[in-house]
Design a protein around this ligand. Sequence first.
Ligand code: ATP
Ligand code: MG
Length: 397
Amino acid sequence: LPQEFEIARPIMQNIENAGFEAYFVGGSVRDTILGDEIHDVDIASSAYPAEIKRIFKHTVDTGIEHGTVMVLDHGNGYEITTFRTESGYQDYRRPDKVTFVRSLSEDLKRRDFTINALAMKENGQIIDLFNGLSDLNSKLIKAVGNPEERFNEDALRMMRAVRFASKLDFSIEAHTLEAISNHSELLSKIAVERINTEFVKMMLGQNPLKGISDMLKTHLVEYIPGFHDYLDSFANLLNFKDLNLQSEEQVWTLICFQFNLGEQQIKSFLKAWKTSNKLISNVLTMVKALKAIESQSLNNMIMYHTGEDLLRQTLKIAKCLSIDINEIKVIQNYAKLTVKHKKEIEIDGSQLMKLNLVKPGPMIGKVLSEIELNIVNGKLPNNKNSIIEYTKKLLKE
Ligand code: ATP
Ligand code: MG
């Protein structure tokens, strides 16, 4: 077993010695069987939160209302969640209220897909109540139980199906796919933030083309914010065989560029997706750079404003879109910039005032911008004397 499981075994054994059951569940079990890397190990137990807290000395209530307690051991934290059922789904959303139960099968039954409903004992034995192993083998995303009912309970699961299809490069099983097509409009009931998470994970998966085509085929794409008028542009992404993105900002940059959105449109589009202001600002910068790369008008000032990280990320997107650009050359040109940040400029506003060159007021900003532009473009050396001489000349004009 991977190290992440091995170190958790004593915790599981403690729970069992106290007379309860404990299993590894969810993504870590699935990914281990697939031979993929795992991130977090989830543990499910028949013990109620209060009982877990009696067994272990050091615990933190990380999600007590959902039945999750974190056990601290040798500097590691283990999230233990009590077996639970979810009932009383309203408005096609997952209920916040949960009922703790003692039976593993009840807990596995409420999970979304058969490959996500596997459990593993501390000794490595797999519990497979819904043929998850066979679906893993056949590379299928299949709802646990009746797919129509499951998507009625929680419409986000439809996006999760598409996300896992891309993430794992699996296919959505026929009945599950049909149920998504029949219920796609229920997605409009779901909080945008939750759709956002699944959509981004889909775009960052192994096979985003599969995810994109599933979203189109099932009409899910018509019920996510801002895509309705751009279905053809979205479908055109299928022409790019090598969509290989690494970050959230790359995903949104690609989408905004592909939809040909202007600055204001990008702002309201991303606001509708409830992204952070930081992300909006990065996407605006990257779209500008990408447009310049596409029209072969990338210059020093755009590279300077973009900065190395976002520039490298933008070049990767250009490559995905088969835009003809010499990536190495661009990075070399960036490296040659005399200044990379405002703070590297040898003079600032307060110094200009102290030297009595400029009076306090809006003029300072204008002068500084001119100085910056000329230094970045290599027309003015970045040293105090040159800048002072330049400023004197500028203000005489
Ligand atoms: P990842 O590797 O992306 O974290 P994961 O399978 O761990 O994949 P999570 O979103 O972390 O996915 O959820 C953990 C587990 O909880 C899932 O494997 C699944 O069993 C269950 N689950 C999560 N969301 C839902 C849902 N909306 N409906 C039913 N079960 C869910
Ligand atoms: Mg997970």
